[in-house]
Write a protein that binds this ligand. Structure first.
Ligand SMILES: *[C@@H]1O[C@H](CO)[C@@H](O)[C@H](O)[C@H]1NC(C)=O
Ligand SMILES: *[C@@H]1O[C@H](CO)[C@@H](O)[C@H](O)[C@H]1NC(C)=O
Ligand SMILES: *[C@@H]1O[C@H](CO)[C@@H](O)[C@H](O)[C@H]1NC(C)=O
Ligand SMILES: *[C@@H]1O[C@H](CO)[C@@H](O)[C@H](O)[C@H]1NC(C)=O
Ligand SMILES: *[C@@H]1O[C@H](CO)[C@@H](O)[C@H](O)[C@H]1NC(C)=O
Ligand SMILES: *[C@@H]1O[C@H](CO)[C@@H](O)[C@H](O)[C@H]1NC(C)=O
Ligand SMILES: *[C@@H]1O[C@H](CO)[C@@H](O)[C@H](O)[C@H]1NC(C)=O
Ligand SMILES: *[C@@H]1O[C@H](CO)[C@@H](O)[C@H](O)[C@H]1NC(C)=O
Ligand SMILES: *[C@@H]1O[C@H](CO)[C@@H](O)[C@H](O)[C@H]1NC(C)=O
Ligand SMILES: *[C@@H]1O[C@H](CO)[C@@H](O)[C@H](O)[C@H]1NC(C)=O
Ligand SMILES: *[C@@H]1O[C@H](CO)[C@@H](O)[C@H](O)[C@H]1NC(C)=O
Ligand SMILES: *[C@@H]1O[C@H](CO)[C@@H](O)[C@H](O)[C@H]1NC(C)=O
Length: 439
């Protein structure tokens, strides 16, 4: 098999490795790494794309390299859509290995445990994974757009589908290997025959540089993070008053420090009009050496993102996945199980927390009004980007507040000086002299 064809090693020589600057990284993208050694992988990878029952075990391995360290990303749709990040230092040869038999043939007797390991020397500094487990659909009879207000014991109001039920199309790779799209047409069985074009997709954009996204909500990015969009595009809902939510779990190799969600407010909404909040879900507290998911609590109801199609995104308290019904079993089919193996159930070594984000705001017309929702967030390592108040806003504030203050101060001084020069003057005269008649 022409391995070279599949192993798209795309190297973007943006950055001279001689420099110690780690604000830029070199990206190397490999599709289906190590696939050629496993018949189980070849069979699935090379399946007939025109077959309506196609379901690809999409897996992309990306190394984002700087002089002293490597960020290894794995993104996949094997069982559950997920992303794994492994930060290594001290070796250019550090890489991840993939045992496809374990990934694809797991059954009652075997599981995915340890399907992925790291070799090649160097040290593993930090690892974390984000696993998307279920699409939650609910009938929002009272238009509250809040999962907590929907009767949990009335199963007729809910349609919860775990992502193992979805079929995934062959991935789309773009931007020279820096963008990866996982797209599904429908869960199985397709709900309304096969002539609908609805889809659910995850798009990942790997950053090798600093900047700010051009699309709303214009998140800041850097060379240590990856942005993703979750898109529900003409997904056919089960209820007239359907709203959707996404369940996700963050796993990280630590025990001592707790995960926390911190929301910060800004007076500046220059980059995302109407949105004044930034949310960071830190894997181990707000510091330098943490992983995070960052988002603004907004999602958009149309592919052309603008303020008028923006609606709210709600998030909920973090929960241990073992305390969420049905979730622990799903985690056993995730990239996290493949990498952390038995450690996944050892809370002394691995921390994990789950939460939901739900899309929509009361009176926005439910999902059916637009048949579209997109949510953007970034997953990263290190310090989460901070929305500083921009220079433009500082100038506007200065103009709004500063100039009158300056005028008052200098005006006051001017009046005092004039009064002194003129000696003791009648107050009436002073007033008429100092202030022109506005009429
Ligand atoms: C799947 O997509 C990749 C990347 O675009 C491509 O190289 C490969 O040929 C595709 N596979 C099939 C079976 O179409
Ligand atoms: C792929 O599937 C399509 C539709 O089922 C069929 O028409 C075509 O012959 C298949 N191609 C191969 C190479 O099997
Ligand atoms: C790592 O994985 C590869 C293949 O998946 C396997 O051959 C190797 O023995 C593993 N190494 C360790 C140290 O587990
Ligand atoms: C797995 O277990 C189910 C029932 O628990 C059984 O029907 C199925 O045959 C088993 N599969 C394998 C491969 O053992
Ligand atoms: C919630 O649903 C259950 C089952 O349908 C029902 O018995 C119960 O009364 C409902 N609770 C409320 C507050 O509506
Ligand atoms: C996913 O596939 C559907 C149907 O083929 C298409 O309309 C949609 O644009 C795709 N989504 C992405 C993000 O590429
Ligand atoms: C959820 O939706 C799917 C697809 O429409 C349907 O097959 C299934 O029966 C629904 N489940 C429930 C509990 O409503
Ligand atoms: C296919 O789409 C057409 C028009 O959108 C609709 O009338 C028809 O009922 C659909 N068929 C199925 C099987 O969903
Ligand atoms: C749905 O798919 C079946 C077989 O895959 C095909 O025979 C049928 O024509 C399709 N229906 C529509 C409306 O596309
Ligand atoms: C990215 O991570 C590296 C290694 O930990 C660190 O030195 C660098 O400052 C980080 N860059 C940014 C923009 O956070
Ligand atoms: C949705 O609303 C339409 C018209 O209001 C109604 O005919 C239909 O039965 C409703 N469907 C469901 C699933 O509630
Ligand atoms: C959304 O999709 C439903 C069918 O799922 C359709 O009846 C409705 O007209 C669509 N609404 C818009 C705004 O396209």
């Amino acid at each position: 098999m022409e391995e070279r064809k599949m192993l798209l090693a795309l190297t973007l020589a943006i950055f001279a490795l001689a420099s110690a600057d780690v604000s830029k990284r070199t990206i190397e993208t490999v599709l289906y790494p190590d696939c050629s050694r496993y018949q189980s992988c070849l069979d699935r990878r090379d399946q007939n794309a025109s077959d309506p029952n196609d379901n690809y075990p999409n897996l992309v391995y990306i190394r984002a390299m700087a002089k002293k360290d490597i960020l290894h990303y794995v993104m996949t749709t094997v069982d559950l859509p997920s992303i794994l990040m492994v930060h290594t230092t001290g070796s250019d040869a550090a890489r991840l290995n993939f045992d496809w038999d374990r990934l694809l043939l797991a059954n009652n007797e075997t599981d995915m445990a340890d399907a992925i390991n790291a070799t090649g020397g160097g040290d593993i500094m930090y690892t974390y994974a984000v696993v998307f487990s279920r699409l939650i659909e609910y009938n929002d009879l009272h238009d509250s757009a809040n999962l907590a207000n929907v009767n949990q014991s009335d199963s007729s109001l809910w349609n919860i589908t775990d992502f193992t039920q979805f079929r995934w199309m062959n991935l789309t790779l773009g931007q020279g290997g820096k963008s990866v799209i996982f797209n599904t047409s429908y869960p199985q069985p397709k709900p309304y025959g096969n002539n609908t074009s609805g889809s659910l997709s995850f798009e990942f954009e790997i950053n090798d540089d600093d900047g700010r996204d051009t699309d709303l909500p214009r998140l800041i990015y850097n060379a240590n993070n990856t942005q993703f969009n979750f898109v529900l595009d003409h997904y056919v809902p089960n209820f007239n008053k359907s709203r959707f939510a996404l369940e996700m779990t963050v796993i990280a190799n630590q025990s001592s420090k707790a995960m926390q969600v911190v929301e910060t407010k800004s007076i500046d909404d220059e980059f995302s009009p109407g949105v004044f909040r930034v949310v960071n879900w830190y894997t181990r507290g707000n510091g330098d050496d943490t992983g995070y998911i960052q988002w603004k609590p907004v999602c958009y109801l149309g592919p052309h993102r603008a303020r008028d199609v923006g609606t709210e995104l709600m998030y909920y308290n973090l929960q241990e996945p073992t305390k969420v019904k049905g979730l622990e079993g799903l985690m056993g089919k995730s990239l996290a199980r493949a990498f952390y193996g038995e450690d996944l159930s050892n809370s002394k070594l691995v921390a994990q927390m789950s939460s939901n984000v739900s899309f929509g705001l009361s009176e926005d017309g439910f999902y059916l009004k637009n048949n579209y929702t997109v949510w953007t967030a970034s997953v990263g390592y290190g310090t989460a980007p901070v929305e500083a108040i921009s220079t433009t806003v500082i100038i506007i504030i200065a103009a709004g507040l500063g100039i009158p203050v300056v005028i008052i101060i200098f005006g006051g001084i001017y009046v005092c000086i004039r009064k002194r020069r003129n000696g003791y003057q009648k107050i009436d005269d002073g007033l008429t002299n100092s202030y022109p008649n506005l009429n």
